[in-house]
Design a protein around this ligand. Structure first.
Ligand code: GLN
Length: 281
């Protein structure tokens, strides 16, 4: 035992980092929930727990995201394991899952492709909610695929397969009923890349050329060869990219092009479908 109680450790940490973060990190170290922390302020930390907590507080004070320090983040009601090899799942990306689920409601055995799966949060959420769907999750990064695979196993999503691929390059001749992606979409010079949690996230999961649209252009132009007729393409994009996203989709011949707003009221996901063969358009 160390001489330090939970209450004392928490109060010391609060002088260095936000109290919410201090609470989350302390719970993580002792493997208990917040109710325990509140109920047992006089419980003593073991020396090793105190040491790990002090080191996590220091790393948090230096800016490391809490989700990387605990190795976990909730998404679509499930706890995903994460590492600095993958983007931290964000609440607005749940909109992409909602829209995807709506579109495969009537075809329960849909084939779904998730491009740039990262932690696998989108692929695993879709696969879990639609147990008869077959989801293929691809990523260029083997490290990311290892994280995604682990999440699929832990969360019992046996209907997700994984593929290392630079966007469409590694795919065979198969076609999908739905293609989804949360691609990188931040413009290279965006000052936001130097701020907060984003500084610690993998650059290639965030950055996509001078206008942030490089990956989206590649996905929109490539998807046609991998979608069944009338199959949907849905992707997330930046707060100011909805108009560009719709234009790209329309120029590529997509119909029923739309953008949907996230909970903050920002147009965050766009999509469309190809209802005619290229030769008839
Ligand atoms: N929404 C993220 C951000 O602004 C970017 C995520 C992404 O590029 N897919 O930091």
């Amino acid at each position: 035992m160390s001489a330090v109680t939970l209450g004392e450790a928490f109060r010391t940490a609060r002088t260095r980092i936000h109290s919410t973060d201090a609470g989350v990190l302390l719970c993580h170290v002792i493997g208990r929930d917040p109710a325990y922390l509140i109920a047992h302020p006089d419980m003593r930390l073991r020396a090793d727990e105190h040491e790990s907590f002090a080191s996590l507080v220091e790393r948090r004070a230096q800016g490391e995201p809490v989700a990387y320090l605990t190795g976990e983040r909730e998404f679509y009601g499930r706890a995903f394991k994460i590492s600095p090899a993958v983007l931290i799942p964000r609440p607005e990306t749940e909109l992409l899952v909602d829209l995807a689920l709506e579109r495969i409601q009537r075809s329960p055995s849909a084939r779904v492709l998730d491009m740039g799966t990262g932690s696998g949060c989108v692929a695993v959420a879709i696969a879990s909610e639609r147990s008869h769907a077959k989801v293929l999750a691809l990523d260029q990064s083997l490290e990311a695929l290892a994280v995604a695979r682990r999440n699929a196993v832990r969360l019992g999503a046996g209907n997700v397969a994984f593929l290392q691929s630079d966007w469409f390059d590694g795919l065979g001749p198969e076609r999908f009923d739905l293609i989804v992606s949360n691609p990188p979409y931040v413009a290279s010079g965006d000052p936001h890349l130097q701020e907060g949690d984003v500084r610690f996230e993998p650059r290639n999961a965030l950055e996509a050329g001078g206008d942030g649209l490089n990956a989206i252009r590649r996905i929109v132009s490539g998807a046609e060869r991998y979608l069944v007729l009338a199959g949907w393409l849905l992707f997330e994009h930046g707060y100011d990219q909805a108009m560009s996203a719709r234009k790209l989709l329309q120029a590529a011949g997509y119909q029923d092009v739309f953008s949907a707003r996230d909970l903050a009221g920002i147009e965050r996901v766009s999509g469309g479908r190809l209802t005619m063969a290229a030769s008839d358009r």
